[in-house]
Design a protein around this ligand. Structure first.
Ligand code: ATP
Ligand code: MG
Length: 570
């Protein structure tokens, strides 16, 4: 057994914010509990793709294991036979690895424990602590009582041990149809905690299971399975979200009745909520199956695969989870914090490039027809190690349509008739003429350039404030660019239960621009390459659609938090 690290499990010199869970573990280690072991687990149900809320749980559980030199198990909570799918299991493993965590050999399924769980159930029956109940689901609800009224005892509660053993074994043998009997823990129908009013621990489901096939027709319930799985794996700290706080007495009750290898401690923390999105697998499934998004990895989705495809990096998500912290009270985190974290990472990690999203042609009349110059530009303004790129320049260029205004307001420092602007890395130009198409629309700008201003200020001391990006018409490469906005227009789309949350979907959350042009150095971009398009934001080559000869970029995030400004104006 290795020595635990310093207080809060942090590496020397690295400060990790403490939290109440680390404080509990520190106390346990000091008291010599669990022989100094720290073993956590991440227990997803394989019934959907992981979302950013799960990332918080992953970073917490795997982070504790890393910092305390312990272990974190990956366990699929696959007790529900009809919902689980292999596709989900694979995506979950990919997502956890992508986030930067590894469970090593500690890979488990709750279904691995079906035989032991069955034996433990027999044990409970023999002790008189579980019974077969034959009330219908509706009757059982009726007998359960309410928060204000105690429940009533089932007429089957006092079946003999022999009868219970016989019935339970016959349930297992497949003698009864679904819904005819259940196995219930015999606890207390008058308990103020509804979870202790003789909860169901086994039910009959004549259903194929993706791992155990048709071996079982009775399946254990989550509350019963989870605590025993934790104990069998000798988990020390079983960390879950707050909604399980009321289940903790049941977690402890089950383990107290049985001869299990250990009794892990359940600790609850607040789940992550983020505004302008939904973090519930049920709702995310609905968005996918209803065709509201293109799939689980649609870059607007809060799924890890969606966020990844959008261009987020694992480190940005880990930093986000670290900043959000671990608390005991539910709260809603601003989407802006997630965006801050990706900007912070890409600001130093992403090479710069020039791309024009909505091109407007610009001809430099005093530049020779067939002349080409090459400008050497740094890939990153502060990181010489990232090298340089070559940007060709010639008579015909494209600039951003937004960077020209015929009748500009005062604070507009970009191009306008008779005005000067600097082309990034190149010369100062002046607009001399606006060419219009048949319907009066602007189709081209005519300019002149000042050959003395390549990389230097004008000699006569005149001031040119604006700098705009551009691409060479002859050398630029065509690209498709996908711009994303928030998935929902409401901060909390689920707040008002009387309306369908889907009515708050943002109809403008995706804008596809097909006529974009990017500098030639981007022709070699491969899926998941990330760039800062100067002045426009961070972009990521699409994981699936970007191929040799077809450039497709997703805008991960804009350069500035434009939403904060909009919010202030409102
Ligand atoms: P959902 O509510 O989206 O369906 P879930 O809790 O049913 O999620 P599980 O697969 O059971 O999904 O979750 C695996 C682990 O991730 C659990 O320990 C759960 O507590 C945790 N988790 C799920 N959602 C969040 C969240 N929003 N914030 C933090 N942890 C979460
Ligand atoms: Mg769950």
């Amino acid at each position: 057994m290795e020595e635990p690290k310093t207080k809060n499990g942090s590496e020397a010199g690295e400060s990790r914010p403490g939290n109440f869970i680390r404080a509990i573990i520190d106390e346990d280690l000091k008291a010599g509990k669990n022989d100094g072991r720290v073993v956590t687990r991440f227990p997803p149900e394989p019934n959907g793709y992981l979302h950013i809320g799960h990332a918080k749980s992953i970073c917490l559980n795997f982070g504790l294991a890393r910092d305390y030199r312990g272990k974190c198990h990956l366990r699929f909570d696959d007790t529900n036979p009809c919902k689980e799918e292999v596709e989900y299991e694979e995506s979950i493993q990919n997502d956890v690895r992508w986030l930067g965590f590894d469970w090593g050999e500690n890979f488990f399924h709750a279904s691995d424990y079906f035989p032991q769980l069955y034996e433990y159930a027999l044990d409970l029956i023999r002790q008189g602590k579980a019974y077969v109940c034959s009330l219908s689901a509706e009757q059982m609800r009726d007998y359960r009582g309410t928060l204000r009224e105690p429940g009533r005892e089932s007429p089957y509660r006092d079946r003999s041990v022999e009868e219970n053993l016989d019935l339970f074994q016959r349930m297992k043998a497949g003698e009864f149809p679904d819904g005819t009997h259940v196995l219930r823990a015999r606890i207390d129908m008058a308990s103020p905690n509804l979870n202790l009013r003789d909860p169901v621990i086994y039910r009959i489901r004549h259903e194929e299971h993706h791992r155990t096939g048709d071996q079982w027709v009775i399946y254990p319930m989550y509350d019963y399975t989870h605590c025993i799985s934790d104990a069998l794996e000798r988990i020390t700290h079983s960390i879950c979200t707050l909604e399980f706080e009321d289940h903790r007495p049941l977690y402890d009750w089950v383990l107290d009745q049985l001869d299990v290898p250990c009794h892990p401690q359940q600790i609850e923390f607040a789940r992550l909520n983020i505004n302008y999105t939904v973090l519930s697998k049920r709702r995310l499934i609905e968005l996918v199956t209803g065709g509201f998004v293109s799939g689980w990895d649609d870059p607007r989705m809060p799924t890890l695969s969606g966020i990844r495809r959008r261009g987020y990096t694992p480190v940005s998500i880990r930093n986000f989870c670290e900043k959000v912290g671990v608390a005991k009270r539910d709260s809603c985190v601003d989407m802006g914090l997630l965006e801050f974290c990706i900007r912070e990472d890409l600001e130093q990690a992403a090479p710069r490039a020039m791309g024009v999203l909505r091109p407007l042609k610009l001809v430099i009349e005093n530049y020779p027809e067939d002349q080409v110059e090459e400008f050497e530009a740094p890939c990153h303004p502060n990181d010489p190690a990232m090298g340089t790129r070559t940007i060709p320049f010639c008579r015909e260029l494209f600039i951003e349509r937004d960077d020209f205004m015929e009748d500009p307001p005062k604070k507009f420092f970009r191009l306008a008739p008779g005005r000067e602007v600097r082309l990034r890395y190149a010369y100062i130009i002046k607009c001399t003429e606006v060419i219009r198409g048949a319907h009066g629309e602007i189709v081209e700008l005519r300019c002149v350039y000042d050959p003395e201003t390549r990389g230097s200020a004008p000699a006569d001391g005149r001031k040119v404030k604006g700098i705009i990006h551009w691409v060479s018409a002859r050398h630029a490469v065509a690209a498709e660019v996908r711009l994303y906005d928030r998935l929902f227009v409401k901060e909390d789309p689920c707040a008002d239960k009387s309306v369908d949350y889907k009515t708050h979907l943002n109809p403008h959350s995706l804008e596809v621009l097909t006529g974009c042009l990017v500098e030639p150095s981007l022709a070699k971009a491969v899926p998941e390459n990330r760039y800062q398009f100067e002045r426009l934001g961070y972009f990521c080559a699409d994981r699936w659609d970007c191929k040799p000869g077809r450039l497709v970029f997703n805008r991960t995030v804009t350069l500035k938090d434009t939403w904060a400004k909009i919010d202030k104006k409102d």
